[in-house]
Structure formats: structure tokens, C-alpha cells
Ligand binder design. Structure first.
Ligand SMILES: [Zn+2]
Length: 199
């Protein structure tokens, strides 16, 4: 039995009948999510699960370590920046959330080096987060702090996108940083001066 297709059959049998009207409306009217989330690809940290979001409510970008690169409009293949451009300029989301997490392999690769088989792309990708290492003391034993510093760095990088900065300045867009602890399931706010659990 293929667990992937078994999951699909469960979706069709158990979820689709209840959600059908929602999907039909989304197909008819198109998507208009209010929130965009930038999160890690880690299989344990699904933003829609953590925030209890329904289909159509959340525009999600996931990549290794949940990084936002700095604004760099050149001929490179900027997948992350393309998603941010679409979310902010086309969908006009009103909040943009950066969701970091505990035990992040991407942050670990940043601090301690990428795993040997992941040198073609992962090693250079996580370079984006390097400024966060010095911000958090550059110590392997302090990965928790580095994870929070990486969220702050991504939020700072978002502000290098001129149309993000403009939307924030005009009050059309709010930026938020969070960190999810896989072991306890607790979500915390990443603020400039600390990390505080959400009530
Ligand atoms: Zn991660």
C-alpha cells in the first residue's frame, strides 16, 4: 500500500465532502490569503498545521532554514524572492510571518557546515544566514539563539525589498517573527530583545 495515495484517498473520503464548498469557492473566486508565511522545509513544522489554517488562508514559502535573502534583482533564479513578490505585490497580504523552529537542520548547517552530500546548493544557500551567527555569538551550543537570530535576519532582509518597506511604512503590511518548538509544540514570538511564548 502506498502511504501517499492512501493519504489522498483519506482526503477524498473524509475531508473533501466537508471542504468541497470551500474549494469550489476558492476555484471560482481565486485565492485571497491575508497571511504569508516564510518557513523551513522541515517536515515537522507545517505552518498550516501550527496556525490551524484552512486552504486558501495562507500563502506559504518554504525553503531550507526558512530564509529570506536580501533584495537582489538580477538574472539569478530567485525562487524565494519571487514568492515574496507574488505574496506582497499581487496577493497584497496584510501580514508576513517568518516562522523559525527548534532543531533546524538548515541553521545547524549554517553554524557547523552543510552535511557532505548537500554541498552543491545547501552550503551556499545557508550563507544568507551567516550574519545571524555573529549576532548570536557564533557558538554551536547556542543553536536556539541562532535560530531566533536567523528569524530576525530574515525580517531585516524583508525590509530591503523596497515594496515591502513601503507597504510596512504605509501600514498595509505587518511583519512578525515566530519560533516553533517541535518537542513541546509551543510557539514563541521572536522579538528584538527576546523570545516569548505566545499565550
Ligand atoms: Zn529547519
Amino acid at each position: 500500500m502506498d502511504p501517499l495515495l492512501e493519504g489522498y484517498r483519506r482526503f477524498r473520503a473524509e475531508i473533501w465532502p466537508a471542504e468541497r464548498a470551500r474549494y469550489e469557492a476558492l476555484a471560482h473566486w481565486g485565492q485571497s490569503p491575508q497571511t504569508m508565511v516564510v518557513a523551513c522545509s522541515d517536515s515537522r513544522v507545517d505552518p498550516q498545521t501550527v496556525f490551524g489554517a484552512a486552504p486558501g488562508e495562507m500563502f506559504v514559502l518554504r525553503n531550507v532554514a526558512g530564509l529570506v535573502p536580501p533584495y537582489q534583482p538580477d538574472a539569478g533564479y530567485h525562487g524565494a524572492s519571487a514568492a515574496i513578490e507574488f505574496g506582497v505585490r499581487v496577493l497584497k497580504v496584510s501580514r508576513l510571518v517568518v516562522l523559525g523552529h527548534a532543531q533546524c537542520g538548515g541553521v545547524r548547517a549554517m553554524a557547523l557546515g552543510a552535511p557532505e552530500p548537500a554541498r552543491d546548493f545547501v552550503a551556499s544557500w545557508v550563507e544568507i544566514g551567516k550574519p545571524a551567527l555573529s549576532a548570536s555569538g557564533d557558538a554551536a551550543g547556542r543553536l536556539d539563539e541562532t535560530e531566533a537570530a536567523v528569524v530576525r535576519l530574515s525580517l531585516a532582509n524583508l525590509m530591503t525589498f523596497p515594496w515591502v518597506a513601503e507597504a510596512v511604512k504605509e501600514g498595509r503590511l505587518a511583519l512578525h517573527g515566530f519560533r516553533f518548538d517541535i518537542h513541546t509544540g509551543v510557539l514563541s514570538r521572536v522579538e528584538a530583545d527576546g523570545v516569548r511564548p505566545v499565550d
